[in-house]
Design a protein around this ligand. Structure first.
Ligand SMILES: NC(=O)c1ccc[n+]([C@@H]2O[C@H](COP(=O)([O-])OP(=O)(O)OC[C@H]3O[C@@H](n4cnc5c(N)ncnc54)[C@H](OP(=O)(O)O)[C@@H]3O)[C@@H](O)[C@H]2O)c1
Length: 285
């Protein structure tokens, strides 16, 4: 989801080589796209040696939070071992790394969180994302860790994002049960992609929260989606996380404080309504 938008918003003056594990991505120009499995160290080294990037943005991850509890080895391979491979390969060409992390490094007992708060992940996905941060922090490279959360946006050949899924369900007249006790920022992927490019352009290094500027419950987010897309909000039923019984534990009172991103770094991050209106403009052309 994010990687495609990063390609779309490549600023003038930068040349991007986009990679993913898929053999091809029709919608990314052929000469810009190279398939690469980040868990294959030799393949990654060969690609990095050939391209000689001076910056690497890592938007790849094992992102299935519930799946991670079952597929622990795969999750660790993609989120942690691949990061070790990236660090190894980046050192050969002295590239800096811009890495995307998550609020799931926190336990959600006392959010919203500052960049300097102490992580304490609840589930295996969060543990793997924290371990990836630690790999990067322990490296001699210049690095940026951008923590984000509840990403939504438009992408091709991908599973639907939360907003797309909600719209589909409500248009069909299906009732949906949405949690009232998971709280945090909702982040439009185009905002995040542009913000990341700004961090790259200004060569910002360090840890920074980059997420939507407003904190809401998932239930209130769903109601706002119904409002913006003129859908039937009565189909949205409140539920608690304990009743929903998701496999992986979720940080409940989460959220990322984005003061540094907005006030210090001047990044443009939407509130809930602005983000959804931009999304709507995108899907309705
Ligand atoms: N989505 C959210 O709500 C959210 C919230 C907080 C943080 N984040 C973080 O934001 C980043 C981007 O997330 P996203 O939502 O854009 O995720 P996404 O749509 O799942 O994209 C991740 C990409 O990584 C690729 N990938 C998986 N294994 C790979 C490998 N071995 N080698 C190369 N590529 C591989 C996936 O390919 P396949 O699809 O073919 O497996 C997929 O294209 C991730 O770091 C994620 O942890 C996301």
């Amino acid at each position: 989801m994010l990687g495609q938008r990063l390609v779309k918003y490549t600023p003038a003056g930068f040349q991007v080589v986009a990679t993913d594990i898929s053999p091809d991505h029709q919608f990314i120009e052929k000469n810009k796209y190279r398939s690469c499995d980040l868990t294959d160290r030799d393949a990654l080294i060969a690609l990095i040696d050939e391209v000689q990037p001076n910056k690497i943005i890592n938007a790849a991850a094992y992102t299935n939070v519930d799946g991670a509890e079952k597929e622990r080895d795969l999750c660790w391979l993609v989120n942690v071992i691949a990061m070790e491979n990236l660090v190894f390969a980046a050192r050969r060409v002295r590239a800096s790394i811009y890495h995307i992390s998550t609020d799931y490094v926190f336990d959600g007992t006392k959010g919203p969180y500052k960049e300097t708060d102490t992580p304490s992940p609840l589930g295996f996905y969060g543990q793997s994302k924290l371990a990836a941060e630690q790999v990067l922090k322990g490296s001699p490279l210049n690095f940026t860790i951008a923590r984000t959360m509840v990403l939504y946006g438009v992408s091709e050949n991908n599973r639907p994002d939360f907003v797309g899924w909600m719209i589909k369900k409500l248009r069909r007249g299906d009732a949906v049960h949405i949690v009232t006790d998971q709280i945090g920022n909702t982040t439009f992927s185009d905002d995040l992609a542009r913000a990341l490019w700004e961090l790259v352009r200004t060569q910002y290094h360090g840890v920074v929260n980059v997420a939507g500027r407003e904190i809401v419950s998932r239930y209130d987010f769903a109601l706002k989606i119904a409002e913006i897309f003129d859908l039937d909000a009565s189909l949205i039923k409140p539920i608690t996380s304990s009743a929903l019984k998701q496999r992986a534990p979720r940080p409940l009172k989460s959220g990322l404080i984005v003061d540094k991103a907005i006030n210090t770094l001047g990044l443009e991050l939407s509130d809930v309504e602005e983000g959804l209106r931009k999304y709507k403009a995108l899907v309705q052309g």
